[in-house]
Design a protein around this ligand. Sequence first.
Ligand code: ZN
Length: 382
Amino acid sequence: MNPYTFKIPQTVEFGVGALAKLPSILDELGSEHVFLVSDRMLESIGVVGKVTSIVERAGIDCTCFLEVEPNPTVAIVETAAEAYAASGATSIIALGGGSPMDVAKAVGVLATFGGNITDYEGANKIPDRILPLIAIPTTAGTGSEATASAVITDVERNYKFSVVSYNILPAYALLDPELIMTAPAGVAASCGVDAFIHAMEAYVSRNASPFTDAVAEKAMQLIGANIRRFVACRQDAEAASAMMVGSNLAGIAFAWARLGNIHAMSHPVSAYFHVAHGVANAVLMPTVVEYNALADNGRYRVIFDAIRGCNDPIERFEPSMLVDELRRLNADLGLPASLSEVGVTEDTFEAMAEDAMKSVNVPANPRQTTKRDIIALYKKAL
Ligand SMILES: [Zn+2]
């Protein structure tokens, strides 16, 4: 058993309509002016307006920064940090999927400690808690509201780097399932599979502990039993609630146990070929799970039962049954089956594998992995 530390220095508020608690949270923080980080897509479907009207009706000022795009860059972080400094706000709302959360965390770092975000690349470079952040996820999801990392793209290096420190964990996570009920089916599918992968990679991680196991198992059960139902009908409040809580628990699990080769390999796929994070992970999932089967340590059976949404007795379990089940999940949800289907080509595999090996998730992967292994896995997934 691994030695472990475990803490969640965060208040989690969950419930259908939980958004209404926003004014009392800002009141608790003594914040009369909040800076909201989100994107134009969420503005266009009225989600940003829903949040700002709740805040403004309570007599609290709100400055919006809505220029966040997928795979946010160093330049966007700088622009957002300047806008924050000019606003006079004293707290930040991060509204969205992973990208607004990443930008909001990075702005929190720069607003509190100054400098450039690249100064904080890597683990534990943030000296103390950043200013209060209220994370409101609109996908289920990245789990980013519960994680201690921000992933930023450095365009010059064509590289996604992470800023990892428990000091950037949002002070509040506000989980309102109503916010994911308007998601398109494709987004619900790729984000839902990504959340399942967070729990699964944390569960088989070499850094797993009994705490992260408990949280990851519950996350896999909630997501496994509800992902098909939720993608089929996002208005299903019970399924949406299960997905939102499952995604949050998966985020808590991987914040401590880290991830594995799926995430290590998917970041270069997104950086080089602009494939959405959840889609890149879903495509890589069966190939990496098959590779890791040698190191399954009896855990694949638990994952298999979770993703089937039941534990009806089966005669004999083989790890390949989990691989087949995950392929079936992708197919049922309309997700692509190969890297070539999403436009990936072989010529950059060498450089991509180089980048993947820099990830903190490779050492956490249950089966030891070399650069040569990563290239072979990319080829297999092609
Ligand atoms: Zn992910």
